[in-house]
Design a protein around this ligand. Structure first.
Ligand code: NAD
Ligand code: WQD
Length: 338
């Protein structure tokens, strides 16, 4: 089976490509390297034992995309390619709508034209906004996200539902909670470009001295220690869920299918708990200061991941500390590279 992985050199994509290779899928990557680097391809090969076919172009270039489909018989797609910075999406909404939606539509047009099914979409817990109750299951009402980025995820889901119904296709919408960590080999991880917005890259860079101090955005939330709570999922566990979701789509007899899964651990951790777990796992200190709340942040979000366990036979079982240990190894690897 040959799988197109868009954004396959990115953070979650690269880990998923390794899992696909280890499960004997052929992989074709399209990635324009707008948020990734070529050495990741070499590292994927080192871990996975095979070099995926790689095309470095922007998915908005329809003619190039069409040529890939002409050249290879593709059986499915995992679509990671998107811009993902929440704050930047507020400053450049058109760039986000254009990239995230047109890239998706272009791949779907090829799928429709060539009658290919099996499409997996990287969605996000951001589609739930501040849910009325925790943990969040898949039936929870979706609220309009605050950011343009979040809206592209909600719109992407709607496009895929219409597409699946109109053209009798199988799709899987995977709503990730907060992915963290790196590959145990320390050869893959999240590439920090500029000042990180996300918690774990900021913690890691603070521990290594690149940043002076972590700012904890608010300790007056209604949570046990006052800091906000999220569901941090280890990226390798997350990558494995994609293989399971793909296998389920491929084995499904019905022509039309819309699967929706929350991918999280089911456990909420506060910002302070993450800092402490990082310090314990790596025996390093993370200096921090308490600041005002960050605009747009919600108090608490963690998944009910039971549906994924029941239907995919998948469960995230790596501990927070273990995930944070791999992050630190990746940081050290990046420093040896520079
Ligand atoms: P990433 O930026 O590391 O990976 C995305 C990859 O897509 C990058 O390598 C980038 O170069 C590529 N890309 C972007 N636009 C492209 C285009 N037009 N054509 C070709 N390649 C393009 O991001 P990630 O963290 O691996 O996220 C992967 C997906 O998961 C995204 O869709 C993101 O929105 C979603 N997601 C991420 C998180 C998270 O916290 N990391 C959480 C929920 C959902
Ligand atoms: C986690 C917690 C911050 C940085 C974002 C996107 C979401 C999804 C995952 C893609 C919050 C606190 C953070 C810092 C802090 N991505 N924090 N100091 O906001 O839950 O979700 O990534 O789909 O759409 O919005 O993740 O890592 O930014 O923050 O105190 O320097 O850490 O306030 O409580 P978030 P995050």
């Amino acid at each position: 089976m040959t799988i197109l992985v868009t954004g396959g050199l990115g953070y979650i994509g690269s880990h998923t490509v390794v899992e696909l290779l280890q499960n004997n899928f052929q992989v074709i990557i399209v990635d324009d390297m707008s948020n990734s680097e070529k050495f990741i391809l070499d590292n994927i090969e080192k871990i996975g034992g095979k070099r995926p076919v790689f095309f470095p172009f922007d998915l908005r270039r329809k003619e190039l995309l069409s040529q890939v489909f002409d050249a290879y018989e593709i059986d499915g797609c995992i679509h990671f390619a998107a811009y993902k910075a929440v704050g930047e999406s507020q400053e450049k909404p058109l760039d986000y709508y254009e990239n995230n939606l047109f890239s998706l539509i272009n791949v779907l047009q090829e799928f429709k034209a060539r009658n290919i099914s099996n499409f997996i979409f990287s969605s996000s817990c951001t589609v739930y906004g501040q849910a009325d109750k925790q943990p969040i299951d898949e039936n929870t009402l979706l609220k309009m996200p605050e950011s343009s980025y979040g809206k592209t995820k909600q719109m992407g889901e709607e496009i895929l539902k219409d597409y699946a119904i109109a053209y009798q296709k199988k799709v899987s919408l995977l709503r990730y909670f907060n992915p963290i960590g790196s590959h145990p080999t320390a050869l893959l991880g999240e590439l920090p470009i500029g000042v990180p917005n996300n918690l774990v890259p900021y913690v890691t860079q603070t521990a290594s001295g690149i940043r002076e101090k972590l700012s904890i955005w608010g300790n007056d939330y209604e949570t046990p220690d006052g800091t906000a709570v999220r569901d941090y999922i280890y990226v390798v566990d997350l990558a494995k869920a994609h293989v399971k979701a793909l296998q389920k789509l491929m084995n499904e007899k019905s022509e039309t299918l819309i699967d929706v899964y929350n991918l999280g651990t089911g456990k909420g951790s506060s910002v302070l708990e993450v800092v402490e777990a990082f310090e314990t796992a790596n025996e390093v200190k993370v200096p921090y200061q308490i600041c005002e709340r960050r605009a747009g942040d919600i108090t608490i979000a963690y998944a009910n991941p039971d549906k994924a366990e029941r239907e995919l036979g998948w469960k995230a079982d790596t501990s927070l500390e273990e995930a944070l240990r791999t992050t630190w190894e990746w940081q050290k690897y990046l420093q040896t590279k520079n």
